[in-house]
Write a new protein. Sequence first.
Length: 231
Amino acid sequence: RTAIRLDRIRKSYPGQTRAAVEDLSLEIPEGRIVVFVGPSGCGKTTTMKLINRLIEPTSGRIHLDGTDVTEMPAHQLRRRIGYAIQQTGLFPHRTVADNIATVPKMLGWNKARVTARVDELLQLVGLEPGTFRARYPKQLSGGQQQRVGVARALGGDPQVLLMDEPFGAIDPLNREALQNEFLRIQSQVRKTIVFVTHDIDEAVRMGDRIALFSQGGRVAQYDTPENILAE
Ligand code: ADP
Ligand code: ADP
């Protein structure tokens, strides 16, 4: 089943001569990890932001479960799509628990349910709730912040998770551990995941499918890691 369908998307930013994304069509299957890989500036982040409507396409359509995203109210889209980014985007003046509770609170869950959800997510990402609940982001290592970022993105139990270079700032040793950890989490939660990286090794390791972006915002290849490597 297709979760996200991009149909002939074009995006040009004001004042740019060249489009950031050009004639992009892509079907993202449900419950799989699709990795966007390619050099800097080839439209990966732009495509992510188009999917959750942080920006609008110049032309083309995006469907989530068959519904045009422009017909979905913003709050519904935010509930259904979680977003995790490289700098983690954690609120520095809020505790780990408050960071993770962001979306559940927005959804109006009661206090007991929010607390239970926060602890459940901390366990899921391998952080002991009693130890980490009350800490602030700056009291965590880079890898721990990243885990909290993932937990926060999963907060409202979204159907789709967009991850933009989530491990980009992590050193190679810890990065591999986080990749494995994340694959373990995914085997439990089975989300539809779009994962951006410029690291081909990471793409091969993480992806069920890889979309190889090339200059000019086009997808040159869209295939399994095995077939991409065979080329
Ligand atoms: P990637 O994620 O692959 O590095 P981006 O999607 O960030 O690529 O950028 C694609 C192109 O769009 C680049 O040429 C970039 O400079 C341009 N771009 C990205 N964001 C903006 C913006 N807000 N305004 C103008 N140009 C932008
Ligand atoms: P990494 O090598 O993964 O970046 P760090 O050296 O930053 O890890 O941190 C190592 C350990 O010290 C981690 O368990 C982290 O939680 C803890 N830690 C780091 N900074 C602080 C702090 N300011 N207060 C409390 N604990 C901290």
